[in-house]
Design a protein around this ligand. Structure first.
Ligand code: NAI
Length: 342
């Protein structure tokens, strides 16, 4: 990820959105871990999500957007979205309002975390602003709904350039564009036209393409053949979760939503209402998202401390949350990571 600056002696202002469900618990754990690195973050706490909707009539109040625009960086807990009706996804609202066009999810095996595969190390880059997520739906006649998939040259060129630039900076050698252009000839056809154009600008990086359904099978059979996956919005959403499953589940995969002027870091998982308030949610994904945030700020040493601390605790296996077969609380896991800092 492109760091936005050199480490700063006077610290950083970062927006904190605790979120819904397990959000406040896992973000509190991540804040403690980030603070323990000594980087000097001043947290500007703002409220968004389901409860805020009751109070202010919107899930993402203007104050949230202003705070992130001002600080340039945010750490966010999951936000609940009702299924089949109710309010628009606050996540989609936030990404659109701040034009956080690139969703980045590094998927890496963690030591000691049970999973089907070892040594997975791949990256999912997802276009975050359009596709079927555009939310343009209407009822044509009773019993018939039309949902529009929007693909624009501007958005695809931009996400493809982000992916190639990221690959170059992070030493990734291959980008696979994922599509269904055999069926969606125009929309996914344009997607491929644009990714091919950007690929030609980067001859140093291998480029290939795969149809989405085949990708899903190949990921399950042999995930090692992939390095960086480049996808439109909906495919990226689904494939991110398959990839999370390859490394032990939703509780351990971090993420970032990046725009031209600001970036919001968050776990891949949702608000997990079944376990909210019990203090047993796994904070690993948000802690590692905090690591990505520090990297974005140019604080590589602090980011590495977090990664090594998490690796040590998981490798040792004594302190684990219930989703990973242990009995530790969210707080106890954060304590153990801090204690494992060298
Ligand atoms: P979910 O990710 O909340 O939960 C799926 C399963 O994983 C559940 O069994 C849950 O208990 C478990 N899980 C998730 N995170 C965990 C953690 N940190 N530690 C331990 N176990 C964990 O997905 P679900 O149930 O589909 O969605 C619940 C709500 O979250 C929905 O309203 C959805 O819209 C929202 N959501 C929000 C996201 C965001 O804010 N970025 C992302 C995904 C979902």
């Amino acid at each position: 990820m492109t760091p936005i600056g050199e480490p700063r002696a006077m610290g950083y202002d970062v927006t904190l959105i605790p979120g819904d469900g397990i959000g406040p618990e896992v973000t509190a754990a991540a804040v403690r871990v980030i603070d323990a690195t000594g980087v000097g973050v001043r947290w500007e706490r703002v409220e968004a999500g389901a409860e805020v909707l009751m109070k202010y009539g919107e899930t993402i109040p203007e104050a949230v957007l202003q705070s992130i625009r001002r600080n340039g960086v945010g750490l966010k807990g999951p936000l609940t979205t009702p299924i089949g009706g109710g309010y628009t996804s606050p996540n989609v609202t936030l990404r659109k309002a701040l034009d956080l066009y690139a969703c980045l999810r590094p998927v890496k095996s963690l030591p000691g975390v049970p999973s089907r595969y070892e040594a997975i190390d791949l990256v999912v880059v997802r276009e975050n602003t359009e596709g079927l997520y555009s939310g343009i739906e209407h009822r044509v006649v009773p019993g018939v709904i039309e949902s529009l998939k929007i693909v624009t040259e501007r958005a695809v060129l931009r996400i493809a350039r982000f992916a190639f630039e990221y690959a170059r900076l992070e030493g990734r050698s291959k980008i696979t564009a994922v599509h269904k252009a055999n069926i969606m000839k125009l929309s996914d056809g344009l997607f491929l036209e644009c990714t091919r154009k950007v690929a030609r600008e980067h001859p140093d990086i291998t480029y290939d393409e795969i149809i989405i359904d085949n990708l899903c099978m190949q990921l399950v059979l042999n995930p090692y053949q992939f390095d960086l996956l480049l996808l439109e919005n909906l495919y990226g959403d689904i494939v991110s979760e398959i990839c999370s499953g390859l490394v032990g589940g939703l509780g351990v995969v971090p993420g970032a939503n990046i725009g031209e002027t600001c970036a919001v870091f968050e776990a891949v998982h949702g608000s997990a209402p079944q376990i909210a308030g019990k203090g047993i949610a796994n904070p690993t994904a948000v802690i590692l998202s905090g690591g990505l945030l520090l990297r974005h700020l140019g604080e590589d040493a602090a980011a590495q401390r977090i990664q090594r601390g998490v690796d040590r605790v998981l490798q040792e296996g004594r302190v684990r949350t219930p989703d990973l077969g242990g009995q530790a609380t969210t707080e106890a896991f954060a304590d153990a990571v801090i204690a494992a800092f060298e």
